[in-house]
Design a protein around this ligand. Structure first.
Ligand code: GTP
Ligand code: SPV
Ligand code: MN
Length: 591
């Protein structure tokens, strides 16, 4: 076995890598340094082994296509476990197995699993290097696709080793694709050990351990212990024509619009307004010395949903994937470019579908997988905020919760206070999407968009949110939004995408105390004249439907929320029961 760990002096790292190698028996170990030379070498290897297909360099310089195993195209929540010493630590929403049993089972599967393969040692930093937020992780993986993706998604290589020094405080991620057999696929978290073992999948959220596994599940646990929050949130800065920038964080479930909102290009009528992207998926939030909530994006790249992305819906994303991007499970054109549903162009003749077969237009099957993705460095994004690398992060003035709801939830509603906002987050529901394996389009409760990502007991998590404000003299205002309400024909009532700017502006104006709102049984909503609709063609009836609060729908919603909280055992201690009771009383009087 070759193992050029020459430069690495950290004994805890060396020992842990040696143990993993002894278990998995790779043919060689490659220690990643993050250099350009290394990227080229790994890319050549990936092309030779058909893991990556080079795209036409004249059309997509530095871009590659990856086709995953067709059985491995999304997160597998039923195979994801939080292995705390006792079941209560994982809580009512997580799958749980005891740590010893889990390690033993996975050791059996991992025994000799990397024979004939290379183990990449991938050191990475989450957060700007030098930030008080920054954390070091290592991923040991036998997938070159994962190693190359980690190079885009994180600050990968030497910087991590330097930051770690001789400390043994780092996340230990071990990943093997095994033979991609779904029967031997498990994504297991050991929060007490700061350890993740993921086997049998090469898909993003299952395999790029920095992302959902570390930066959300393990980090949320660390945040609970250390007094901060790790959240499934985008972070953006909204700059006014006068040059005033307000920072907002927003939690929407998977495939519900975070990347799109984070990169928004304001509509024509909003001349002089600009959106700056800090992050598109994950936020780490801490209380600052000034009593405000400060946020960083721990990641360095985007793992974005491809379908629906086009020059109109998200022009900044289209520019972001113009070069140096990896595409997964999109369709391929005969001239070496890529295509997906909702790209805004006709599918060209001779299209190859995501499985690598000639696409039959009449088949009724999509050419790109509905959860096909792009992986691109954040530095490609024309809207990237100058603050994206700021070690201090940015101060958050508003938190937005949002879901994909065909009915009930209005375009925007503001919470009365932090605690009411926590109720918004805890009670939110959303239709399931292709980002996770399972039925698509059914409403499920997804508290704070963290249902699949909270690495500890969700009841404690609600408590942590409620407690945090006691140490936060200057909390952000909290809002709930819904871009996805539909009319009777099933068409979206609100145009969405860049037009969401209008809602962002109302939110910022509320934060600054510049605009009014109307009180409803659910919270505060804009009166018609308080939403800036300049240049937008929307009928009064359509706007009315998109923003209305229907008593019948809300009473049914509250029944579901109450039932969910009862199932979790979350009712009384957070004041949720009182919230439901008073909303019901107010709805009984509602027009
Ligand atoms: P994850 O990466 O899975 O966490 O997803 P995300 O929350 O970043 O979602 P993303 O922005 O990638 O959007 C997911 C899908 O929703 C895409 O197909 C978008 O085109 C669509 N979408 C995003 N914003 C809007 C909107 O305002 N209105 C409508 N109708 N669709 C939207
Ligand atoms: C999500 O599903 O929320 C994603 C994609 O952002 S994944 O990295 O696979 O989790
Ligand atoms: Mn996500």
């Amino acid at each position: 076995m070759t193992n050029q760990s020459n430069g690495v002096k950290n004994r805890a790292v060396a020992q842990w890598v040696a143990e993993a190698a002894q278990l998995t028996q790779p043919d060689q170990i490659v220690w990643c340094d993050g250099s350009e030379e290394e990227r080229q070498r790994m890319t050549r290897d990936a092309i030779a082994s058909r893991v990556l297909i080079p795209l036409n360099p004249a059309k997509r310089p530095g871009c590659y296509l990856h086709r995953s195993n067709p059985n491995d195209v999304a997160r597998t929540e039923q195979l994801t476990f939080v292995c705390t010493p006792d079941k209560d630590g994982a809580g009512p929403t997580n799958n749980w197995m005891p740590p010893d049993e889990t390690y033993a089972k996975l050791r059996g599967w991992l025994n000799g699993a990397m024979r004939g393969r290379t183990m990449y040692v991938v050191p990475y930093v989450m957060g700007p290097v030098g930030s008080p937020f920054a954390k070091v992780g290592f991923e040991l993986t036998d997938s070159v696709y994962v190693a190359l993706s980690m190079r885009i998604m994180t600050r990968m290589g030497r910087a991590a080793l330097e930051l770690l020094g001789d400390s043994d405080h780092f996340n230990r991620g071990l990943h093997s694709t095994l033979d991609l057999n779904p029967e031997r696929r498990l994504i297991c978290h050991f929060p007490q050990d700061n350890t993740i073992w993921s086997v049998g999948s090469g898909y993003g959220g299952n395999a790029l351990l920095s992302k959902k596994c570390f930066a959300l599940r393990i980090a949320s646990y660390l945040g609970r212990t250390e007094g901060w929050l790790a959240e499934h949130m985008l972070i953006l800065g909204l700059e006014s024509p006068e040059g005033e920038t307000t920072y907002v964080a927003a939690a929407f479930p998977s495939a519900c619009g975070k990347t799109n909102l984070a990169m928004l290009l304001p509509p024509q009528a909003f001349k002089g307004w600009r959106v700056h992207t800090i992050g598109d998926d994950i936020a780490w939030l801490r209380i600052g010395a000034d009593g405000r909530l400060w946020a960083i994006n721990p990641e360095a790249g985007y793992f974005g949903v491809a379908p629906g992305t086009n020059a109109h819906s998200n022009p900044n994303a289209m520019k972001t994937v113009q070069h140096d991007a990896i595409f997964t499970n999109v369709a391929a054109t005969p001239d070496g470019d890529i295509w997906w549903e909702g790209m805004g162009t006709e599918p060209p003749a001779g299209l190859i579908d995501w499985r690598g077969q000639k696409w039959d237009r009449g088949s009724g099957q999509p050419a790109a997988h509905p959860n096909s993705r792009f992986t691109a460095p954040m530095t490609n994004n024309p809207a990237l905020s100058p603050k994206a690398n700021d070690p201090q992060g940015v101060p958050i003035s508003a938190i937005i919760f949002g879901g994909r709801r065909a009915s009930t939830v209005p375009l925007v509603v503001e919470a009365y206070d932090w605690s009411h906002g926590v109720f918004f987050g805890a009670s939110m529901g959303s239709e399931t999407t292709a980002a996770a394996v399972g039925q698509v389009g059914v409403v499920r409760r997804d508290p704070m968009a963290m249902l699949p990502f909270c690495g500890y007991n969700i009841l404690e998590y609600f408590g942590h949110w409620q407690e945090l404000v006691k140490r936060l003299p200057n909390p952000p205002k909290i809002f709930e939004v819904n871009w996805f309400r539909k009319d009777r024909e099933g068409k979206f009532l609100w145009p969405g995408y860049s037009e969401n700017m209008r809602v962002l502006k109302w939110i910022v104006d509320r934060v600054k105390g510049r605009v009014g709102a109307e009180q409803t049984p659910i919270g505060l909503v804009p009166r018609k004249e308080e939403l800036d609709l300049t240049g937008l063609e929307i009928s009064t009836a359509q706007l009315q439907q998109a923003t209305s609060i229907n008593a019948g729908e809300w009473l049914a919603e509250l029944d579901q929320v109450e039932e969910y909280f009862a199932r979790l055992g979350a009712g009384s201690f957070n004041g949720f029961e009182e919230r439901i009771k008073s909303a019901r009383a107010a709805l009984a009087q509602w027009r």
